[in-house]
Design a binder for this molecule. Structure first.
Ligand SMILES: Nc1ncnc2c1ncn2[C@@H]1O[C@H](COP(=O)(O)OP(=O)(O)O)[C@@H](O)[C@H]1O
Ligand SMILES: [Mg+2]
Length: 505
């Protein structure tokens, strides 16, 4: 989701712009003046700023200059009163993308924003094409997918972490890609030609962990009939990935801490201290804070490992990645299984987007592979997905409003009228009220008495229907079905708002 900052000292205008943009799936924050806006941009990464010119504290032009100093790629759109167009022209010279005159129609604003984002993404792909991360595998098709802002942040962090030698602790639910991050750090850093060694601390019985990590001498314990190298020795010069570090027993935590502090270890049954040069990357899905409180994880070891933390958000918090992961896995499994699946049917896609993915990317990958095997057609259908995902789409009209794959003009093809109705307005339809038939626009606060519920409702309804018709290329039956509007209602609204479905063929 793109992050937009709306800056205006006029609260009414600020709020209406915010609502309209949220309706178009932007992640919107607000600021009341230029000073506040500049602070916000310094604090957090925004894709785009929509900003008034005349404001107390700091005006829009000054704020624009400050913002551009900090983040040259930030897109700024200036809102200006008709009388102040010369200010707007100045703003454009200072690097604003464009300006809009008040009163502002949401249609124009959204169109302008989309144009700006498209323009920027073209420039960006040419300039440095989203960071590609080598995973060091032989298979070139192995990729680290991450188009969402959240993952782009992780990618940036990885490229920084790769350069230093400090321990890293990667946290995140199971299946979010922690091991992938560890590999990316290793294979993008100076140790990339050395070994990347993994030990899964949760999979090794307590009494064997020490010898797995540090090795043992012949005869060190019953069954130790050979001398054995530990992972620390094996990884010498390279990286040791301590996966599921949250699962190691307390006794081992003490030993590990000492080893990390001393930078040397002693194999079991030996009295030789062996110095090592190994980069440590640890990962876990465990809640360390709770474990430290209840005494099951040592605070000192946690701080030792947590020098550079990386957090991987669960998949349900980065929906923007789902369509890309789907296409990635479709290519991947087509290659692997010599198949030629072309894509995912719309209803199946809606299910994949609405599902919460408790098992994260691992679960998504398995789901797609499973669907590949049983799908008789060229497109993965809803029928080939697990029951729990099918239920997301079928039965109750519970589809969630989700932005789908950007392939179709960046518009989603499943939109649900009812869910918007329910979330935006009260449930009772208020059809008896006289209909106000003038274009709703965002205007300054002098006119704010005109803002009433019915008007807002009509505005959203009309926008929604236009959006639904566009998505379904003006086809009435399809629009009614996909957007979950009774056909009769749809036709009545089309007439009411004077919409011409033919415009969208
Ligand atoms: N961003 C991603 N892009 C592509 N594949 C991913 C991504 N994140 C995870 N995977 C895949 O999902 C599976 C689980 O990832 P893994 O790193 O083992 O997760 P974790 O260690 O957090 O449980 C692996 O098959 C991995 O290749
Ligand atoms: Mg793992």
């Amino acid at each position: 989701m793109h992050k937009v900052l709306v800056v205006d000292d006029d609260k009414v205008l600020q709020e209406s712009v915010q609502k309209a943009l949220e309706y178009h799936h932007f992640n919107v924050s607000v600021a009341d003046n230029g000073r506040e806006a500049v602070d916000a941009v310094y604090r957090e990464k925004y894709d785009l700023v929509v900003m008034d010119v005349n404001m107390p504290e700091m005006d829009g032009i000054q704020a624009l200059v400050e913002m551009k100093k900090h983040d040259a790629s930030i897109i700024v759109i200036i809102l200006t009163a008709y009388s102040n167009v010369s200010d707007a022209v100045k703003a454009v010279k200072e690097g604003a993308f464009n300006y809009l005159e008040k009163p502002i129609s949401s249609e124009n604003l959204v169109a302008l924003i989309k144009r700006a984002l498209r323009a920027r993404s073209m420039v960006e792909t040419m300039a440095f094409s989203a960071p590609t991360l080598s995973l060091g595998t032989k298979n070139k098709s192995d990729q680290f997918v991450g188009e969402s802002d959240e993952m782009q942040k992780v990618f940036n962090l990885i490229s920084k972490l790769a350069k230093v030698n400090t321990p890293v602790l990667i946290r995140g639910e199971s299946g979010t890609g922690k091991e992938l991050v560890a590999k990316a750090i290793h294979f993008n850093g100076p140790r990339k030609d050395e070994k990347f060694v993994t030990i899964n601390c949760a999979a090794i019985p307590e009494n064997l962990i020490e010898s797995e990590l540090f090795g043992h001498e012949k005869g060190a314990f019953t069954g130790a009939d050979q001398r054995k190298l530990g992972k620390f020795q094996f990884a010498e010069g390279g990286t040791l990935f301590l996966d599921e570090i949250g699962d190691i027993p307390l006794s081992m935590q003490v030993k590990l801490l000492r080893v990390l502090q001393e930078k040397s270890f002693t194999p079991v049954g030996s009295n030789r201290e062996i110095p090592f040069d190994v980069r440590i990357i640890a990962a876990s899905h465990r809640p360390f804070e709770d474990m430290i409180k209840d005494g099951s994880f040592r605070e000192d070891l946690f701080y030792r490992l947590n020098v550079l933390p990386v957090y991987l958000p669960p998949l349900r918090e980065r929906l923007a990645d789902i369509p890309h992961l789907i296409s990635y896995y479709i290519n991947y499994f087509n290659d692997l299984h010599q198949l030629s699946i072309k894509g995912v049917a719309d209803d199946a896609k809606a299910g994949l987007l609405a599902y919460e993915w408790p098992g994260n990317i691992r679960e998504l990958r398995n789901t797609i592979e499973h669907a590949f095997i049983i799908e008789p057609h060229e497109y993965i259908s809803l029928a080939s997905l697990p029951e729990i995902i099918r239920r997301k789409v079928q039965g109750e009209k519970k589809q969630e409003l989700v932005a789908l794959d950007e392939s179709e003009e960046t518009e989603s093809s499943i939109i649900d009228y009812q869910s918007i109705q329910n979330s935006v307005f009260d449930k009772e339809p208020d059809e008896d009220k006289p209909q106000i038939d003038h274009k709703f626009s965002f205007s300054s606060s002098e006119e704010h008495e005109k803002l009433d519920f019915q008007q807002a409702k009509d505005f959203f309804e009309k926008e929604f229907i236009i959006h639904a018709l566009k998505t379904n290329r003006g086809k009435i039956n399809q629009t009614a079905l996909k957007a979950n509007i009774p056909k009769k209602t749809l036709l009545r609204k089309i007439e009411k708002y004077g919409i011409t479905p033919k415009d969208f063929y």
